[in-house]
Design a protein around this ligand. Structure first.
Ligand code: 5GP
Length: 206
């Protein structure tokens, strides 16, 4: 049965330091997903690669992309712009792929409005104390930046009920399995299998 399924747009949000990247890396290794690479005006952290972790850009270039409607959604987070380049996402969805956007809550709200059949998951830490410890362990930010990220995290958590699913990232393996299960189930929604169904019926009738 080769009928092409409609792509699945998945939005994954989590407070900074909650482990979204680790969860996504594990999932990428276990199932085919396309991860959108965002554009940001913040500086690269040690080890981050341009074009892989983010497209690092200056503000003038980001605003030019925005003006040319090449950014699907964007936000200003902690003083820096972050946005999802449009072309790759639209292309992947057209090809029936599972596309993951790893974005914050404001952007997630915008995607929900733009793509009503997208699916959103909010990843939460087991506790705020554990989140703070994880942020400190990463030690890539100043104390001021850590405090600012914790304040943002507290306010972001208030938005969790607006997401379709909430997953607690306590044991990594469990969080990965939960997200995989959500993706698998969503891909089988009858609304996404229309083409396949028509093909089955077509064969049955011919
Ligand atoms: P970080 O600086 O820790 O890499 O990212 C800060 C926040 O911005 C995270 O919550 C991350 O998910 C979010 N973010 C990254 N890229 C985008 C994007 O393209 N759009 C939006 N709305 N948020 C993004």
């Amino acid at each position: 049965m080769s009928g092409k399924k409609q792509g699945l747009l998945l939005v994954l949000s989590a407070p900074s330091g909650c482990g979204k990247d680790t969860v996504l890396t594990e999932i990428s290794a276990q199932m085919p997903i396309k991860r959108s690479v965002s554009m940001t005006t913040r500086a690269a952290r040690p080890g981050e690669r341009d074009g892989v972790d983010y497209y690092f850009a200056d503000e003038a270039y980001f605003l030019k992309m925005l003006k040319e409607d090449k950014i699907l959604e964007y936000t200003n987070y902690n003083g820096h712009y972050y946005g999802t380049p449009r072309t790759a996402v639209d292309e992947w969805l057209k090809n029936g792929e599972t596309v993951v956007l790893k974005i914050e809550v404001e952007g997630a709200g915008n995607v929900r409005r733009l793509y009503p059949d997208s699916v959103s998951i909010f990843l939460v830490p087991p506790s705020m104390q554990i989140l703070e410890a994880r942020l400190r362990r990463r030690s890539s930010e100043s104390e001021e930046e850590i405090q600012s990220r914790l304040t943002i995290a507290r306010s972001e958590m208030q938005n969790a009920p607006q997401y379709d699913y909430i997953v607690v990232n306590d044991r990594l393996e469990d969080a990965v399995e939960d997200v995989r299960a959500i993706i698998r189930a969503e891909k089988h929604k009858s609304s996404r299998c229309g083409n396949q169904l028509s093909e089955v019926l077509h064969y049955a009738e011919s």
